[in-house]
Ligand binder design. Structure first.
Ligand SMILES: Cc1cc2nc3c(=O)[nH]c(=O)nc-3n(C[C@H](O)[C@H](O)[C@H](O)COP(=O)(O)O)c2cc1C
Length: 188
């Protein structure tokens, strides 16, 4: 018998996305976002509180980067989620990170992250004090070390992490357990 439990939404796994932006003065910022997802193969969406510096930067520039949080960058990811660029002069430097300007968008690429997507805003919907941002991914930058022999991202090498909102912890994405568009054929 199933129980009705006292829980918020559980849509596991939630991502750990690091949103990179520049402000009007060219100071880089980065924030941690779990409320975001891929929409098809070329676009993504984010839900960002309008009070964040990142949100103001995205409204100003219309461009940003999204890096994938990993086991190796976990401490930095969490820092980006608990300190605001509105309060710290240079959050990226404070975290011990380094950023270079993307070649495609006016936004920083944080060098410590092995996988980064370069994004252009399509639209921003304001709702309940948040910005619901839809963006097009115009480029993907990857360190060669995380690629397999076919040039595809290998999750075992990337070691992406997920935000567990039930326990406020980070988890590593685990092993391959099946083949998509394939294993279900056993029931056809
Ligand atoms: C695990 C985690 C997930 C988060 N996800 C979001 C999110 O999806 N949307 C959001 O608006 N804030 C989210 N935050 C909070 C922001 O990352 C945080 O307020 C940050 O300091 C904002 O930085 P900024 O003001 O420099 O942009 C998250 C924080 C953590 C630790």
């Amino acid at each position: 018998m199933k129980e009705t439990i006292k829980s918020k939404i559980v849509m596991a796994p939630l991502p750990v996305l690091i949103i990179g932006t520049y402000d009007a003065a060219g100071i880089p910022d980065a924030m941690n976002a779990a409320w975001g997802t891929q929409i098809g193969y070329e676009e993504l969406t984010l839900l960002l509180d309008s009070g964040h510096k990142t949100t103001a930067n995205i409204r100003e520039k219309g461009q940003f980067t999204v890096a994938i949080g990993t086991v190796d960058t976990l401490v930095m990811c969490d820092y980006f989620g608990i300190v605001s660029g509105n309060k710290v002069a240079d959050k990226i430097a404070q975290a011990g990170a380094t950023a270079v300007k993307s070649g495609r968008v006016d936004a920083p690429v944080i060098e410590q992250f092995p996988l980064t997507m370069e994004c252009e805003v399509i639209k921003i919907d304001d709702y309940k004090g948040d910005a619901r941002i839809t963006a097009k991914v115009v480029g993907v930058l990857a360190d060669p070390e995380i690629l397999n022999e076919h040039g595809k991202v290998d999750y075992s090498k990337l070691r992406p992490i997920s935000f567990d909102s039930e326990t406020n912890t980070y988890r590593e994405i685990g092993a391959v357990v099946g083949r998509a568009f394939h294993d279900g054929t056993a029931l056809k």
